[in-house]
Design a protein around this ligand. Structure first.
Ligand code: ADE
Length: 420
């Protein structure tokens, strides 16, 4: 039974050395965050501030938490998904003086309880991924609206929720939309998701991708990455979309485009990345090929309708870790990976460290911006300031040993002129 400690509600503190090794490995591959860590250690921008971080609790996130701690903050971490928490990493954070309330495989009640404990900490600032922390404050812990001075959100799904709150004048503090920064979605959503989803699928199934028909639902930046990497691995790719512009983009990128009902008959592997619910449902399972593999890379486990799949199935069983087999009445098997939760995090380690380096540098700098501008911002959703986005891009180039050209004065004048 997981143990509860004063500053921590975690599985097992003795796992800390193993978790520390994972953190040390990624830290070595996160040079941008290392640079910020050095700056924070010198300037201590977060002294006296309490920060609650609600993210996927794996090693890269742990290094973000350590970087913010190095800037003088008191930090609490809590999971943004019950299956992505790595218990050894969380134990290492607790060993290093960070509060944590999370364990892998938390039930819905435990997950909710952990969020409450993380809020008992009464944060001044927060970082959220998917919007559960912000939503819990606004629905259940409204007394904290007077305490929280701002936050930053990691994902498309979280930002959709925040924009809806902003539109209804319900947002109680400023939030920065980290997902929408160029240095986030162009790299994390595209290259990060593109790689980590296939890493998750391949390590879980141990099957070949080449020659398979892969159906990618959704052609946003994440879907683009998943489709691109599927093609690179030798798959035939079908994209499904509801947006005619993105469907045209997918077609001209060389993919087949069709409605899900047609794609459902052809696919060997399905990856949902839409951010919406009921993308694959009882309408689709009965026409799928025997052995079809289904997984999700959208934030919530609502894209593949697992309840309807279970209703149609005559038997279900785990056939390998993270693979559940559902047998339909006619004998066809359908396999669902990682309970339909984010396959790259629930059945993998999330995005590569170099990609999360840029994302988490944006988070760290956005947090510092919020601290420096406390009281100046209204209760709305804000973009990451362009200077921060460009700084992260420059630091990343520098870490790669790359330099680029700059405009001459004459060129700047030319670009600014409207006459010939
Ligand atoms: N690691 C930590 N947070 C992550 C995220 N949002 N996506 C992928 N990997 C992650």
């Amino acid at each position: 039974m997981p143990g509860s400690q004063e500053r921590a509600t975690i599985r097992d503190i003795t796992l800390a050395p193993q978790g520390q090794k994972k953190i040390d490995w990624v830290a070595h591959h996160m040079p941008v965050l290392n640079q910020l860590r050095r700056e924070f250690e010198e300037k201590l921008p977060f002294v006296g501030k309490k920060v609650t971080i609600c993210l996927h609790l794996e090693a890269k996130t742990a290094y973000l938490a350590k970087t913010i701690q190095a800037g003088g903050a008191e930090v609490t971490v809590v999971a943004s998904n019950p299956l992505s928490t790595q218990d050894d990493v969380v134990a290492a954070l607790v060993q290093g003086g960070i509060r944590a309330h999370a364990w892998h495989g938390a039930t819905a009640e435990e997950y909710h309880k952990h969020l409450q404990l993380a809020l008992d900490f009464e944060p001044d600032y927060l970082i959220d991924d998917g919007g559960d922390l912000v939503s819990t404050i606004h629905r259940e812990r409204r007394e904290l609206l007077a305490k929280v001075k701002g936050g930053a959100e990691e994902t498309t799904t979280g930002i959709l929720r925040l924009r809806a709150m902003d539109r209804d004048d319900e947002l109680g503090f400023p939030m920065i939309a980290v997902n929408d920064a160029d240095c986030k979605y162009l790299f994390d959503n595209r290259y990060g998701t593109g790689q980590s989803v296939w890493d998750g699928i391949m390590r879980t199934t141990n099957l070949v991708v080449a020659g398979k028909t892969v159906v990618v639902a959704g052609y946003g930046w994440c879907g683009k990455g998943v489709a691109m990497r599927a093609k690179g691995l030798g798959a035939r790719v079908i994209v499904t979309e509801i947006n005619p512009i993105k469907a045209n983009e997918a077609w001209m990128d060389g993919f087949e485009v069709s409605p899900m009902l047609d794609a459902a008959r052809k696919g060997d592997v399905f990856v949902t990345v839409t951010g919406n619910k009921d993308v694959i449902t009882a309408e689709h399972f009965p026409v799928m090929k025997p052995g079809a593999i289904l997984c999700n890379a959208g934030h919530f486990d609502v894209e593949v309708n697992g309840v309807e799949l279970a209703r149609l199935a005559v038997t279900r069983r785990e056939v390998r870790p993270n693979i559940e087999e559902f047998v339909l009445a006619d004998g066809r098997q359908i396999y669902l990976l990682a309970e339909g939760r984010l396959v790259n995090l629930a059945a993998g380690d999330g995005h590569p460290a170099e990609v999360m380096d840029m994302t988490f540098a944006l988070q760290a700098l956005s947090l510092r911006y919020l601290v420096e501008h406390t009281g100046d911002l209204g209760n709305h959703v804000y973009s990451v300031p362009t200077e921060i986005d460009r700084r992260v891009a420059k630091l990343r180039l520098a870490s790669l040993g790359l330099s680029i050209d700059s405009l001459s004065e004459d060129q700047e004048k030319y670009l600014a002129a409207w006459h010939a």
